[in-house]
Design a protein around this ligand. Sequence first.
Ligand SMILES: Nc1ncnc2c1ncn2[C@@H]1O[C@H](COP(=O)(O)OP(=O)(O)OP(=O)(O)O)[C@@H](O)[C@H]1O
Ligand SMILES: [Mg+2]
Length: 277
Amino acid sequence: MSRKRRNRGRGKIIVITNQKGGVGKTTIAYHLLCFLYDAGFKVLGIDLDGQGNFSSRFMSKEDRIGGYRAVHMFNAEPTPFKPLVTPYGPDLIYSLNRDVELFQVESLPLFDAVSAFNDKIDGLCEEYDFIVVDTPPSYGNKMAAACVVQDFLFVPVELAAFAVEGVVSVVESVKEIGAMIQEEIKITGVICNKLRHVNSHQQALTEMRNEAGVGNMILKTNLVNRGAVDDALRDGAPVWRRRTSGAERTTAKEMTALMSEMAGLCGIKVSSKGASK
Ligand SMILES: Nc1ncnc2c1ncn2[C@@H]1O[C@H](COP(=O)(O)OP(=O)(O)OP(=O)(O)O)[C@@H](O)[C@H]1O
Ligand SMILES: [Mg+2]
């Protein structure tokens, strides 16, 4: 198996992954997609998690009907491509909130699932500047498919006990997926999330920085654990759209700094006014 990137159009694929749950994958994928959209890029989000959290950040479950769902990316037969256009602006290949068919993709043979996804996303790269893929919290066909097609791969981690072990196991999973396509898959960056100013978190951060093969991948910008992140997500707006209180302004500044650093690592020019083509 090999990826088809040589035939691909202009679009770049950015994947956010970690087989561990609750580390901030969806939060970061959501903000990155909005950030790139705000910067004027033509963007598409793909929700590979059958819980549908990424999709519901953009659209209520009642509005997510018809069109093209993430499960269609794994069908061998062609399905007419018609993404939903979200009220915020980006296009979306969505998942239902309990997308049984998307969960069932895990029982397909690995080769079939990865090949179908690879073929389908190739076509989409003709249409978009950036495609941001949110992945489920499990090592399986969907995580493998996303890692095979990625141009940039980010791994958020929650700073808590066993954070280092968590990252090491993602690094091993990504290595295994790379071995399958006989190509080394590089992790673009590890993002430390939910940082609190307590000793255990500072210790976890130090351990992570000292861990061979991990320390050099850690992004300079950390995300602090802030209630404003959760509030903004519940309201269906990125944190930089809410700047009423001091806490919201601080959260917006931190998130924008992280998005700028991620964009820079993806080769996007970032000035003090934001990202640009
Ligand atoms: N920096 C932060 N500060 C406060 N809350 C946060 C932060 N980052 C994420 N959260 C919250 O933590 C919870 C889990 O985040 P999120 O859903 O992004 O994780 P995930 O890795 O996508 O989870 P899953 O593996 O279940 O898909 C959410 O309620 C989110 O709002
Ligand atoms: Mg998620």
